[in-house]
Ligand binder design. Structure first.
Ligand SMILES: [Zn+2]
Ligand SMILES: [Zn+2]
Length: 317
């Protein structure tokens, strides 16, 4: 047999590697993550709904093996549900963030109100307590902020579905190097930090900082509403291990997680998407606004093709 020249061997090796990578990508996309199947389907087929595949090294699901939470499980597990008496969210700026970034606080409050279909009240800023600061790490202990500041505040507000603190200081929690936020599934409290959204490099684009902040705030507040990390679709409720993973994940809820929130709050999905679309368009977040537009079109089509009720039929001339 004719001997292959080294150059040809290298070329063949590259070709085989490329084929293997392509095959692996295909396998990853074709094989959904975990054993559970979603128990809520999208209203219509759309490339917007991407199932979570095999996690890549370093991603949240590669590090933490999580089973996910179906809609049926959520209904059994949820301990915090909106009622006539429990229907407000409170946002409290921690430290200097309200002076440094008043727009960010205002926009976050507005977004959370639309996202969770609740009134949001922004409280006066509260100073960061010295005892929550760990000097040798130059970070704040998120648990101490939660227990020492936020928990006593929620106890004074019997109508609070959620008490959320937003800070501009780096935080850590347990054995983790840092956290963007922590929230309690039972105590209606959360504390989030935007420090890493702009701390490493000076952000030129304010809309990126806003997008990261509202993703974080809605994700953590989703936990306060009893939602576990989503393992079914690419969704704002996916766990993320890094800023790049957060940036890769969408700002929206998948069909399963949206169904959970509909059941919890009684929100109207169509009206919610209309308000979200306006919010995103005003904030110059084009992709997110386009996503909402597609959902509005889909839901309006679905509504117009739904069979009419007996009452509506009677009114028809
Ligand atoms: Zn989370
Ligand atoms: Zn989801």
């Amino acid at each position: 047999m004719k001997r292959l020249r080294p150059f040809t061997v290298v070329l063949l090796a590259i070709l085989v590697t490329l084929l293997l990578v392509a095959y692996d990508r295909h396998a990853r996309a074709a094989q959904p993550y975990g054993d559970k199947e979603p128990d809520v389907q999208p209203p219509a087929e759309s490339p917007d709904w991407k199932r979570m595949g095999k996690p890549q090294p370093g991603e949240w699901l590669a590090v933490f093996s999580e089973p996910g939470q179906t809609f049926a499980e959520y209904k059994k597990q949820c301990k915090n549900r909106k009622t006539d008496k429990l229907n407000k969210m409170y946002l409290v700026p921690l430290g200097d963030i309200a002076q440094e970034e008043p727009q960010l606080i205002e926009k976050s409050a507005q977004y959370l109100g639309i996202f969770f279909d609740c009134d949001v009240v922004t409280l006066p800023a509260v100073p960061l307590p010295e005892e929550a600061y760990t000097r040798k790490r130059d970070q704040y202990n998120a648990d101490r902020l939660l227990d020492g500041v936020v928990l006593p505040m929620v106890k004074e507000k019997p109508d609070a579905l959620a008490m959320i603190a937003l800070a501009n200081e780096d935080m850590y929690h347990g054995g983790l190097n840092f956290v963007f936020g922590v929230a309690s599934l039972e105590d209606r409290v959360g504390v989030y930090s935007v420090a890493r959204f702009h701390g490493v490099i000076e952000l030129k684009d304010d809309s990126l900082e806003l997008l990261r902040t509202i993703k974080l705030a809605s994700h953590e507040t989703g936990h306060i509403f009893g939602m576990y990390h989503c393992t079914f679709y690419e969704c704002v409720m996916n766990g993320t291990n890094s800023l790049t993973e957060t940036d890769r994940r969408p700002a929206h809820l998948c069909p399963v997680c949206l169904r959970k929130l509909e059941w919890n709050t009684g929100l109207n999905a169509l009206e919610r998407y209309k308000k979200l679309e306006k919010f995103f368009a005003d904030a110059k977040l084009k992709e997110e606004a386009e996503f909402c537009k597609r959902r509005i079109k889909e839901l309006e089509k679905f509504r117009s093709s739904a069979p009419k009720t007996a009452n509506e039929k009677r009114k028809t001339p």
